[in-house]
Design a protein around this ligand. Structure first.
Ligand SMILES: Cc1cc2nc3c(=O)[nH]c(=O)nc-3n(C[C@H](O)[C@H](O)[C@H](O)COP(=O)(O)OP(=O)(O)OC[C@H]3O[C@@H](n4cnc5c(N)ncnc54)[C@H](O)[C@@H]3O)c2cc1C
Length: 441
């Protein structure tokens, strides 16, 4: 079995950030990144649907240690290239083992054994960078009569080589993905029908805007807290800013209950005005041979149906975890600072923000992991294990994909301020590592 001090699982933004800080803080440390896919980038390697791009500004979504120098909103393929360039620039790519899927972690005798579909590894620590969603099974609503439908059905997570050219396309969904892909699909398709059960908040980003990381950090967070403190007036302000909103498409949920979708240089609003596009605010009833039947009885004829219906949330890549031969149920754990789990020694995991850049949290968590390892090295300690303490867990957002998977998340959380980057920045950097909640041995 190959032996490394740290095993990192996943080579998306979280995996690359983790590797960067480990290398910087511990030049002699040995680590390996294990990646199930054939290339790095995670989300940005997988998502290939037309128009795929960031919703967050790239000033904060790019790495602080390798600033992004492109436009404010990054296109999917450019983000993928940027991640690869970063991995090459910092000699991280050579430490990634591709096409290797981790199946289980087992802690015994003060070490981890990571089992994969290729070979097994021994390590002192695990850092799980497996993202937040199920890579295999996205959210795919089932409607009656799917066998009848003669057209093609594709989910945005599994785009493959799907073509929209000259097709009658139906897009089911109203979130960020539907909003970013619509303008790109409209350019190719003969006709596009958007089927939206419930409208989403959509705001515009000026593609020419230039800014700085610091400015964008404060601007985004002030906007977020303003919208949470003065919910009604903030909603009114957004509605008055965009002629798009009318009595049929004002969302029923509060602004920032979910990440708002972003239109770039009004591209979504412009696409809606073309005579190729129509919008149905209706639920789907069933499939028909030639299309989709809505609950009001109307049939939308389409030869391609795009499911922009989102993801299924999943923590820790669905990997089985055993501690001293006992299988861990994550639902019975407490989430320590959103980066460790009670009862699981020497095990860290990343998750990001919904109201701010994912990368920003990966960086502060990675720095906290480095501080923890440095503390343990200095004191000659072998294990760090959080205790089962904290409050009953509350989801950071009431998005359906989180609520659907709530029983797979920890039932308690301790000092996890999952909507407050500035607070976490200060806490992670300046509070004591041995805070009485993590058991160091
Ligand atoms: C279309 C889209 C747009 C987005 N836009 C934004 C945005 O603008 N701003 C923002 O903050 N966030 C955005 N997000 C959220 C996005 O997921 C995160 O920003 C970020 O890319 C997640 O990085 P990650 O490294 O944590 O996880 P991922 O990118 O999901 O990478 C996880 C990696 O782990 C690997 N893995 C998983 N399980 C295993 C296993 N068992 N064995 C081996 N490898 C495994 C996967 O193959 C994958 O490569 C967007 C998401 C999508 C889908």
């Amino acid at each position: 079995m190959d032996n490394f001090e740290v095993i990192i699982v996943g080579s998306g933004i979280a995996g690359l950030t983790t590797a960067y800080f480990l290398q910087k803080d511990f030049p002699n440390l040995t680590y390996k990144i294990i990646e199930a896919r054939s290339d790095l980038g995670g989300t940005w390697d997988q998502m290939k649907f037309p128009g795929v791009r960031s919703d967050t500004d790239m000033y904060t979504y790019g790495f602080s240690f390798n600033p992004w120098d492109g436009p404010i909103i990054g296109q999917g393929k450019d983000i993928k290239k940027y991640l690869n360039d970063t991995a090459v620039k910092f000699n991280i790519r050579k430490n990634i083992l591709f096409d290797t899927k981790v199946t289980s972690f087992a802690w015994n005798n003060n070490q981890w054994i990571t089992k994969t579909n290729q070979k097994d590894f021994i390590s002192k620590y695990i850092i799980c960078c497996t993202g937040s969603r199920d890579y295999k099974y996205p959210n795919f609503p089932q409607f009656k009569g799917q066998d009848k439908y003669k057209g093609e059905i594709v989910h945005t997570q599994d785009w493959g080589n799907t073509e929209c050219k000259d097709k009658n396309v139906a897009i089911i969904g109203s979130g960020c993905t539907a909003v970013t892909m619509t303008p790109a699909v409209v350019k190719e398709a003969k006709k596009v029908t958007l089927i939206q059960r419930s409208p989403a908040w959509i705001v515009n980003v000026n593609g020419k805007e230039t800014s700085t990381r610091l400015h964008k950090t404060f601007e985004t967070l002030i906007d977020y807290f303003h919208s949470r403190l003065f919910k009604a007036s903030y909603k009114k302000k957004v509605i008055s800013r965009y002629p798009y909103y009318n009595e049929t498409n004002v969302p029923s949920y509060d602004y920032w209950d979910q990440r708002p979708a972003c239109s770039l240089d009004h591209d979504y609003f412009i696409a809606l005005k073309t005579n190729k596009v129509s919008v149905e605010h209706q639920e789907v009833s069933s499939w028909e041979e030639n299309g989709i039947k809505l609950k009001n009885g109307k049939v939308i004829e389409c030869d391609l149906t795009i499911m922009a219906t989102g993801l299924n949330a999943q923590l820790l890549g669905g990997i089985d975890i055993f501690v001293d031969d006992n299988k861990i149920s994550i639902n019975n754990t407490s989430w320590y600072r959103g980066m460790m789990f009670s009862g699981i020694p020497n095990f860290f995991a990343h998750t990001g923000y919904i109201n701010f850049s994912w990368t920003a949290r990966c960086e502060i968590v990675s720095q906290r992991i480095s501080r923890t390892l440095a503390y343990m090295k200095k004191k000659n300690l072998t294990t760090c294990t959080p205790k089962y303490v904290g409050k009953k867990s509350k989801p950071a957002i009431e998005a359906n994909y989180v609520l659907r998977a709530i029983d797979k998340f920890p039932n308690r959380s301790y000092k996890f301020h999952n909507a407050n980057y500035l607070l976490e920045y200060v806490i992670f950097k300046y509070t004591r590592i041995n805070d009485g909640v993590v058991d160091f041995k």
